[in-house]
Design a protein. Structure first.
Length: 202
């Protein structure tokens, strides 16, 4: 009986260690999801991503690279690892109904919010507002076009100074009211490098 109990205890211990290892691996692993829009234009529809995005994790990498014009709706409060717009893709993100929504970029190795040259990201928020927040340790690199538009005071901010950089040839257009860079955030969060442009029209 003692030998049997000892073996059972050892087996339970091994199972616990295995489950813990899987949990830790899952929390640190990251998955890249490519937008296909196969089902509809809803950001939260699992089948619009490849692979299917059943459960969103805070280190997920979301990529838009269709090379076309996209209107993606119903963006909820979400935290992701990286957001990448590339391959001459032009995307508009609009929030779901209800309270103010925020896309938080938590960060992974490398640049985390990326808009490549020839591509554009348009944040369109009327009611409610839609924020983009670059979290601690994360960075943004914009070489294409970034637009904040709508009747609401949508804004862009970061946890760290000089975390958001507009590269030469890039453009940031504010087509919404208020201060797109909030006064309550981190100072010097945004850097416009030589050859970049900031346009205000509201």
């Amino acid at each position: 009986m003692n030998i049997l109990n000892t073996r059972l205890l050892r087996l339970n211990f091994l199972i616990t260690v295995l489950l813990l290892s899987v949990t830790i691996f899952s929390s640190y692993s990251q998955t890249t999801y490519i937008w296909t829009g196969n089902v509809n234009s809803n950001f939260s529809t699992a089948g619009n991503w490849s692979p299917v995005r059943q459960i969103g994790l805070v280190n997920d990498i979301l990529v838009f690279e269709t090379g076309s014009i996209l209107n993606v709706i119903n963006v909820n409060q979400v935290t992701i690892g990286q957001l990448v717009i590339r391959n001459n893709t032009s995307i508009t993100l609009s929030p779901s109904a209800g309270n103010t929504k925020c896309i938080t970029i938590k960060g992974n190795p490398g640049e985390d919010l990326i808009v490549e040259s020839g591509s554009s990201l348009r944040i369109l928020g009327n009611d409610p507002m839609l924020y983009v927040y670059v979290g601690a340790g994360a960075t943004a690199s914009v070489s294409g076009l970034l637009i904040f538009e709508g009747q609401a005071a949508n804004n862009l901010n970061s946890s760290d100074a000089m975390a958001i950089r507009f590269k030469s040839g890039s453009s940031f257009s504010q087509l919404c009211p208020g201060n797109v860079f909030t006064s309550s955030g981190t100072g010097n969060a945004v850097v416009f490098e030589k050859g970049s442009m900031f346009k205000i029209n509201h």
